[in-house]
Design a protein around this ligand. Structure first.
Ligand code: NAG
Ligand code: NAG
Ligand code: NAG
Ligand code: NAG
Ligand code: NAG
Ligand code: NAG
Ligand code: NAG
Length: 913
């Protein structure tokens, strides 16, 4: 041992290397090399994988050169993301170390090193400036919360910062319980740790230590930059250390060296920190000397520990967090013998923003799907940067602007975005009624201008905070509803260029509110200006097509009118407008429907396909609507008993709108025409004093959805054979609609709640309210407004509005996935990656990875049969409709899967659980 005049540095080097190497196992390491064309193993025996399969940004225009991947032409609001799998980590590691490396090295010869920022999960972790340092290695410690399978690591281009580059990403599981102050109570939310320093104290020679010395592959840097390089001779003492008290498990090799100060009173480390913030300090000590020193530990002059004692043969550590600092001085002050320290880690603690609710995320994903575009929406909508078209306040989505695209309907999912303050859907081809927005009670600005909306709907009752309502350039008809006047905060109401007429509600006549009305038929606050209205024949009324498809459509040619709004005083000067008086028509129509002798009804009654019941008969059969057995899309369903003792399901519809009436006639018409063992039989109907009642055969085991997503006990009774049988039955019914009936019929609302089961679990397809006939036998598609149920809707139909049988095939594919996975098509529980059954299940099933098969089927299915069924399910939900099989093919494949399974049962190859 050599002594220096005032300080003495003792270096202990390791002698216990073999012990720690024996248990080393790099399983659970993920090492992505951002350029390598093929996997390889490095000199430390770590396997490296090409990164391309982990890039989740799509489509991406990235290029790899020999040493890096770069992303040209990147847009600041479109990050480039990797999805790092967390489930491959062994031992369900509680936290992981993520280490991306970046090097520019003038690969493009332009001498323009890029600047960009790096995020992990929802947190912005670091700014990467390769002009300052090249290369850059960041190490981030992320606490794994168990509910997520992947962690997003993204590069965010900055304006003028050039093309982001990346060389490698390493993911390493960390020991359980390590770095435990990560979520300290008063911070209230968790943090990620960004490494600033990790020093192997007293170790000055050679390369930094890492795997295999560190089982977790942390990099321990040499110490010489922090101390005058006055070295003692090497000093070797074999010390067995008791490490069990230290959760961070620093490598024994690191603990075998220390800074030990003998002559001076205090040992001090200074660290410069590039920015002020919260920091997290970990000090490691090990009793490697024969005596047990005692000393005080001070950080930035605050006493962290008094009389800290390091006992021979034991390792210990101090974890300490310091807030709002920009430099760090760690001091060890002699109490007895000498102060010492073996290793120091310093991390910046970066708060992790809360994620948006899963409801919000899944609603937005459904909306993205409905636009038919890839909007580049991935990971969290608000953090680290808000998605394009989306605005946030913290983790709440408060604004959404989707404009100049084809949405056509305001889908119910908009109603899930309850934190919206601003919604702009101008020029999105919206038509029909303003709907599904009633739950947006915080909404302040609503812009639905430049659409084809025809009616106000009833949602404005509840939008109490509305300040600006822009409905200009729509096709709104009739009078302005009184309810708009109740909106106390309304400042601007733009109704320009619609087809409105009549007297404006007096409640809108106030100083604080600006109302714009030009370009309407006749709209004013004064009652006298708009009453010269005459009837003239000319307008085509919506048709109700009934019954017999082979005879020419029977239409109820309603009264047609032409209205002339004459010169009405000075205001509406000599202006003649021809239009539809909707309100008058509606009133008239209602009267017609009220009597029991309209032409439509006479037509209905004249057909013998289905029995016509009187309301009285229905009341008697249902025992005055006593026994409710279901709530459907259009009303309640009651159990009934006909006079002949037959049990029936009685569906009482509540939708009295024209759409409701249309779909009622539609269903009666379709069901009257088609009869098939696998389609729910219509027994009769009642259409009397506005009542729309359908009487079906009663299927006592209710719907597939009830059985699959109801209680667990029900689900358990649906074994694989039973599920395949249900699939085959339903496929038969749909195949008949597509190929057997004339004209062909597209169901349009195939879903598990429309597949009904009898006592023997035979399945039938029901609910034809939305179904559509294909008029000519050879027509390839019909163009319609998009209708259906979220989760089952064909994305191709969304995009093109061309309805074909393949849309039913898509929805049926979703039902097959439900049967296989035992979960609902959209699930707000769990993590956003799995909320959409199709997106989640498809890759697993394509890879034959059956771990996602319903728990209650495990061990009870023939693998070959499952392979067949899942492969047909996956083909059904192809995004491109032309890639999907026909219903006939689906049926054939399912029959085969069924018979394979039955054969395996009888030959005893597999046993049912
Ligand atoms: C590398 O790992 C393989 C398998 O895990 C093992 O057989 C081999 O001996 C290791 N080689 C080295 C140099 O550690
Ligand atoms: C894709 O990369 C190539 C090659 O760097 C570049 O020429 C092209 O402009 C890029 N396209 C886009 C859309 O960024
Ligand atoms: C450290 O403290 C002990 C006891 O207080 C004392 O004997 C010793 O001289 C001190 N060493 C130095 C270098 O100050
Ligand atoms: C530390 O030790 C010294 C003497 O060894 C003693 O006087 C002092 O009270 C101790 N301080 C604490 C906080 O235990
Ligand atoms: C409406 O959107 C379409 C694209 O969907 C665009 O071509 C058109 O110019 C837009 N019209 C207005 C008025 O913004
Ligand atoms: C609604 O959108 C239209 C079309 O871009 C725009 O002209 C109008 O100013 C917007 N309304 C409000 C209140 O911002
Ligand atoms: C349809 O009407 C025609 C002529 O009225 C009749 O011949 C035919 O049998 C009817 N078809 C059905 C299915 O009712």
């Amino acid at each position: 041992m050599a002594k220096h005049s005032d300080t003495l540095l003792i270096i202990f080097t390791t002698i216990v290397t073999t012990a720690s190497l024996a248990s080393a196992d790099p399983a659970g390491f993920l090492s992505l090399s951002c350029c390598s064309p093929a996997p390889f193993t490095d000199s430390s025996n770590i396997s490296w994988t090409p990164d391309s399969a982990y890039i989740s940004t799509d489509p991406i225009n990235s290029t790899s050169t020999t040493s890096l991947r770069f992303f040209p032409g990147s847009d600041p609001r479109t990050p480039i993301c990797y999805g790092l799998p967390l489930n491959i980590l062994h031992n369900n590691a509680a936290s992981v170390l993520v280490r991306p490396s970046f090097a520019y090295n003038n690969y493009d010869g332009l001498d323009r090193a890029p600047l960009f920022s790096l995020s992990l999960g929802t947190a912005t972790a670091a700014s990467v400036n390769l002009a300052e340092n090249d290369p850059v290695v960041e190490e981030l410690v992320w606490r794994v919360d168990g509910s997520k399978n992947t962690l997003a690591l993204c590069l965010h281009p900055v304006e003028g910062g050039g093309s982001p580059v990346i060389s490698s990403i390493e993911v390493r599981p960390l020991p359980e319980g390590a770095y435990g102050l990560v979520s300290d109570e008063d911070r209230g939310k968790s943090s990620l740790l960004r490494k600033r320093y990790r020093i192997n104290c007293g170790y000055v020679g050679g390369a930094p230590l890492r795997y295999p010395f560190d089982y977790y592959d942390r990099i321990w840097d040499v110490d010489q930059n922090f101390w005058p390089t006055r070295l003692s001779t090497e000093f070797k003492i074999p010390v067995q250390l008791e490490l069990s008290g230290v959760k961070e498990s620093p490598p024994v090799e690191v603990l075998q060296t220390a800074r030990v100060l003998v002559r001076r009173d205090t040992l001090t480390y200074y660290f410069s920190l590039e920015k002020s913030g919260d920091y997290y300090v970990v000090l490691h000590f090990a009793g490697i000397t024969p005596v047990s020193p005692t000393f005080d530990v001070l950080i930035n002059d605050n006493s962290v520990s008094s009389n800290y004692s390091v006992k021979h043969g034991e390792a210990s550590s101090i974890l300490y967090s310091v807030k709002g600092i920009d430099s760090l001085r760690i001091m060890f002050r002699n109490v007895s013998f000498y102060p010492q320290v073996n290793a120091i880690e310093i991390y910046e603690a970066i708060g992790i923003p809360l994620e948006c609710s899963t409801t919000t995320v899944s609603a937005l994903k459904v909306i993205e799907q409905s636009t038919g575009f890839d909007l580049g929406w991935q990971n969290d909508p608000c953090s680290p940067t808000a998605w394009k078209h989306v605005g946030c306040d913290g983790n709440l989505v408060t604004s959404l602007e989707l404009v100049n695209m084809d949405l056509r309907v305001i889908s119910p999912t908009f109603g899930d975005l309850i934190d919206l303050k601003k919604l702009d859907l101008h020029n999105t081809s919206l038509s029909g009624e303003i709907m599904n927005l009633g739950s947006l009670q915080k909404l302040e600005i609503l812009n639905l201008s430049f659409n084809k909306l025809t009616s106000f709907g009833s949602d404005f009752d509840t939008m109490v905070n509305l300040q600006i309502l822009d409905l200009q350039n729509n096709s709104l008809e009739g009078a302005v509803p009184e309810v708009l006047g109740n909106l106390k905060n309304l400042r601007l109401l733009n109704l320009e260029n619609n087809k409105l007429r009549g007297v404006l509600p007096e409640s809108l006549n106030k100083k604080s509110l600006k109302v714009r009305t030009s370009g309407n038929l006749c709209l004013s606050f004064s009652p006298s200006t708009c009453n010269d209205v005459e009837d003239h024949p000319s307008i085509q009324i919506p048709r109700v097509t009934v019954f017999n498809a082979t005879e020419p459509s029977v239409q109820t040619q309603k009264h047609t009118k032409m209205i002339i709004v004459g010169a009405a005083g000075a205001v509406c000067c000599a202006l003649v407008i021809v239009g539809i008086v909707v309100c008058m028509y509606t009133r008239k129509r209602k009267r017609d429907y009220g009597t029991s002798d309209t032409r439509a009804e006479r037509e209905m009654k004249s057909r013998s396909v289905a029995q016509v019941f009187t309301y009285k008969e229905i009341k008697a059969a249902t025992n005055n609507f006593k026994d409710i057995i279901g709530i459907g899309g259009f009303g309640s369903i009651y159990l009934g008993k006909l006079s002949d003792g037959k049990l029936v399901a009685v569906k009482v519809r509540v939708d009295k709108t024209q759409f409701g009436a249309d779909s009622f006639f539609n269903e009666v018409q379709v069901l009257s025409q088609v009869r098939h063992q696998k389609l729910v039989q219509l027994e009769g109907f009642c259409y009397e004093s506005k009542q729309q009642i359908l009487v079906y055969e009663y299927l006592p085991s209710r719907s597939l959805a009830d059985n699959l997503h109801g209680s667990d006990s029900k689900k358990a009774t649906l074994n694989w054979a039973c599920r395949l049988k249900i699939a085959v039955d339903a496929a038969k019914g749909l195949d008949y609609l597509h190929n057997g009936s004339n004209p062909r019929i597209i169901h349009r609302d195939v879903k598990s709640s429309n597949i009904l089961l009898d006592l023997d679990m035979n399945a039938k397809v029901g609910d034809f309210g939305l179904s559509k006939q294909v008029p000519q036998a050879d027509a390839t598609h019909v163009t319609t407004a998009v209708k259906g149920t979220a989760g089952y809707l064909d994305p191709d139909y969304y995009a093109t509005h061309q309805l074909t049988e393949k849309s039913d095939v898509y929805s049926f594919g979703v039902v097959l996935l439900e049967l296989i996975c035992g979960r609902e098509p959209l699930s707000h529980a769990g993590n956003p990656d799995s909320y959409n059954l199709v997106l989640w299940a498809k890759p697993y099933l394509q890879a034959g990875a059956f771990e996602i098969v319903d728990e209650s089927l495990k061990g009870g299915f023939d693998v070959e049969s499952m392979r067949k069924a899942s492969s047909i399910a996956v083909r059904c939900v192809e995004r491109d409709a032309s890639e999907r099989p026909t219903m006939a093919e689906v049926l054939a494949e399912l029959k085969e899967a069924y018979s394979i399974h039955l054969t395996s049962l009888s030959s005893g190859v597999e046993t049912l659980s």
